[in-house]
Design a protein around this ligand. Structure first.
Ligand code: SF4
Length: 207
């Protein structure tokens, strides 16, 4: 059951400001979705202090958003979507929206998108799954599960976020134990929106 509302230009009171919560690829999609509907955000919200502007729009910091109680917040994030929404609801904010209309009912011009935003747009069902998750107190929903199947990688890239160059004794996972633990996870989970199989280099270990 969906407990949130998609931002829809027809319901927008043009006197209010529009803030896109998240100056990243989802924010980029929200930006172009608004543009396609003849609108433009007033602000992006982002934690990164180095960003003063994103896509030519001023960036405000997290706490500043709470000053805009009567304005329109579009949550351009799949990670922590419901946590962000709950936070603003507790602060008494009324106009909190998701991207459903902008992603599904708006003709976003793909050629204008960065590669990352295009990839997300092509997999927009991940975001849609997240916003439809039932968030009752007895539900366990995961936005994303990342499973590292191997610590081995021959490339050892300097900036590897999995720190592969630092493993002195890299291991492959045991596929039987992986299956067992995944079965256990599924038996107690209501939904998983996205599952990623990662390495190291997962290909040599894919059989
Ligand atoms: S896991 Fe990816 S980023 Fe890390 S060393 Fe291997 S190829 Fe490079």
């Amino acid at each position: 059951m969906k407990t949130t509302t998609g931002f829809c230009p027809e319901k927008y009171d043009k006197g209010e400001k529009i803030i896109i919560y998240g100056a990243s690829s989802y924010g980029e999609l929200a930006f172009w979705g608004l543009k396609q509907n003849g609108l433009s955000p007033d602000y992006f919200r982002d934690r990164a202090v180095i960003k003063d502007k994103y896509m030519g729009i001023p960036v405000i910091r997290p706490r500043e958003v709470e000053k805009f109680k009567d304005d329109y917040i579009i949550i351009a994030s799949a990670d922590y979507f419901h946590e962000i929404k709950n936070h603003f609801e507790k602060k008494g904010m009324q106009h909190i929206y998701d991207l459903e209309y902008l992603l599904l009912d708006t003709e976003i011009e793909i050629d204008k998108l960065t590669k990352r935003a295009r990839d997300i747009f092509m997999n927009k069902s991940n975001y849609i799954d997240v916003i439809y998750q039932n968030q009752g107190i007895n539900n366990i929903n995961f936005t994303r599960i990342q499973y590292v199947v191997s610590e081995r990688c021959s490339l050892r890239c300097r900036d590897c976020t999995h720190l592969m160059q630092f493993y002195q004794h890299p291991q492959n996972i045991n596929l039987d134990s992986y299956k067992d633990s995944f079965d256990k996870l599924l038996s107690v989970t209501d939904s998983i929106s996205e599952m990623r199989i990662l390495g190291g280099d997962s290909h040599p270990h894919s059989t």
